[in-house]
Design a binder for this molecule. Structure first.
Ligand code: NAD
Length: 507
């Protein structure tokens, strides 16, 4: 184990083992820091609009070849990718901890999610089904065919540096689409590692076209060049709602397709009938896990009046005792915030909450590795009402807790925010549960019962409504976004009957 190595040495050893060329992360202008220590771990050469255009040219050429490879054969590449990921799981998981500050368990969990979606995509490669549809014309057959779409541009956020790329790239690859990935400028090394791992699979696969999977290094400008390139048939962008407000219209302006996976302001409701011990553990993980830096982090909690005094003091106690520490050398449950701006965003939200009458438990800075890193004790804030900062996503471990007495009112408040990603109800009452899941219940893309808002599995479609962007990726039928649908009508008769009984007799 490399727990006592300096973090730069540890990082370099991991990158070497995963096959990343040192020229890709040394001697460049883009400095990369680890939130664990706040120190520099790499300096990467950046892409430019020119190199982005060249990458898109290679990807477009790859598309012409890859779309003709039978889908189950394309699935074989993803099967090999799953094997390579299994072999590299420990190294990549640790690199996720170094770059994103996740606990070892959560770093490994993110890689496991990549392995899971590989397995899903391999099966999918034999299940890209179209329908056969009844036609009104005799001697005709109507069906739909799904074809590869084109180059998929992937933009990702720092907090899930690897899994969303895998959700997109595995599906894109089996669907016949090359991928060009612009990872977060805060987590470029894990992207280079993923591409090197996929390159090993490609080498074993044998005859994949060059340019099938590429990585672009840089910030929003490089992302914008990708977004504006007409050769990117689909842009799948994960990040803040502010980013989506720019990216969505730009892709739409050129009639491109987009999947937007944006911010959330996720909430839970604890009903009087809830198993309070289970609810407490679920809320603790949902709100404090990944130091509150998940898109699905629980940020608001509505607790029924009848159980508020039995439930909330236990939660306050859990907030006071949760371990905050270095994810590389301890098994602490809460690691660092990504950077200083996350810390100052957390402090200004807490100041606003205090001014609005909130009672704050926790939220103070914890010195773990010195002044360059930013560790915080998660904050639980008892609010008199849903007001001020409660309405927005602050990407830090703050949970706003509010009382409610009527479930319909709690659901109305639950839905009265911009984000529409994830939601939970804790109850053993069938009526409460079904109300929450009904058309007049939670308006989120994910609605859970007796589990928290975070920790989704890959089998379901992932994404949310409203300011979360409306995109869906990962499981279920999300693959359809990566393909184009053609409706085919075939006349095998000797006549030419027109639809809707129209006549057009030219003889
Ligand atoms: P961010 O919006 O700052 O950056 C995300 C990515 O978008 C980065 O790669 C960035 O370089 C790129 N980008 C920014 N502006 C761009 C532009 N104008 N054109 C093209 N690309 C641009 O987000 P972040 O701080 O890295 O991540 C945190 C945010 O992401 C939170 O709001 C979180 O909720 C959200 N998120 C959502 C999901 C989801 O699936 N819904 C998953 C993870 C994170």
């Amino acid at each position: 184990m490399s727990a006592d190595l300096p973090i730069e040495t540890d990082t370099r050893a991991l990158l070497d083992r995963m096959g990343v060329d040192p020229a890709l992360y040394t001697g460049g202008n883009m400095v990369s820091f680890s939130p664990v220590t706040g120190t520099q771990i790499a300096s990467l050469p950046e892409d430019t609009p020119l190199t982005t255009g060249a990458a898109m040219g290679r990807a477009a050429q790859a598309f012409a070849a890859w779309r003709m490879v039978p889908a189950p054969r394309r699935g074989e590449l993803v099967r090999l990718m799953g094997e390579e990921l299994r072999a590299a799981k420990d190294d990549l998981g640790r690199l996720v901890s170094i770059e994103a500050g996740k606990s070892p368990s959560e770093g490994a969990g993110e890689v496991q999610e990549m392995i899971d979606i590989c397995d899903f995509a391999v099966g999918l490669s034999r299940q890209l089904y179209g329908l056969t549809i009844a036609t009104e014309r005799p001697g005709h057959r109507m069906m739909e065919t799904w074809h590869p779409l084109g180059v998929v541009g992937i933009i990702t956020a720092f907090n899930f540096p690897v899994a969303p790329w895998a959700w997109n790239s595995t599906l894109a690859l089996v669907c016949g689409d090359p991928v060009v990935w612009k990872p977060s400028e805060k987590t470029p090394l894990t992207a280079l590692a993923c591409n090197a791992i996929l390159a090993r699979a490609i080498a074993r696969f044998g005859d994949a076209p060059e340019g099938l999977s590429q990585v672009l290094i840089g910030g929003p400008e490089v992302g914008a060049a990708l977004v504006d390139d007409p050769r990117a048939a689909l842009i799948s962008a994960t990040g803040s709602t502010a980013m989506g407000r720019i990216v969505g219209p730009r892709v739409a302006a050129r009639f491109g397709r987009s999947i937007l996976e944006l911010g959330g302001n996720n909430a839970g409701i604890v009903c009087p009938s809830a198993d309070l011990d289970m609810a407490l553990r679920a809320v603790a993980f949902g709100a404090m896990g990944t130091a509150g830096q998940r898109c699905t982090t629980m940020r608001r909690l509505f607790v029924h009046d009848d159980i508020y005094d039995a439930f909330v003091p236990g939660l306050v106690k859990a907030y006071g005792s949760v371990s905050v520490g270095n994810p590389l050398t301890t098994n602490a449950l809460v690691g660092p915030l990504v950077d200083e701006s996350a810390w100052s965003g957390m402090q200004s939200a807490l100041a606003e909450a205090r001014a609005a009458g909130g009672t704050i438990h926790g939220g103070e800075r914890v010195d773990v590795t010195g002044p360059q890193s930013f560790y915080a004790r998660p904050a639980l804030v008892e609010m008199p009402a849903q007001t001020g900062p409660v309405f927005r996503e602050t990407f830090a471990p703050i949970l706003y807790v509010m009382r409610y007495s009527d479930l319909d009112d709690a659901i109305a408040q639950h839905n009265d925010v911009g984000g529409g990603l994830s939601s939970s109800i804790f109850t053993r009452d069938l009526q409460d549960m079904e109300t929450f899941l009904s058309a007049s219940g939670s308006d989120c893309g994910i609605a859970n019962v007796n589990i928290g808002t975070s920790g989704a599995e890959i089998g379901g479609a992932f994404g949310g409504e409203k300011e979360t962007g409306g995109g869906r990726e990962s499981g279920s039928d999300a693959w359809k976004s990566y393909m184009r649908r053609a409706t085919n009508t075939i006349n095998y008769s000797k006549d030419l009957p027109l639809a809707q009984g129209v006549t057009f007799d030219i003889s």
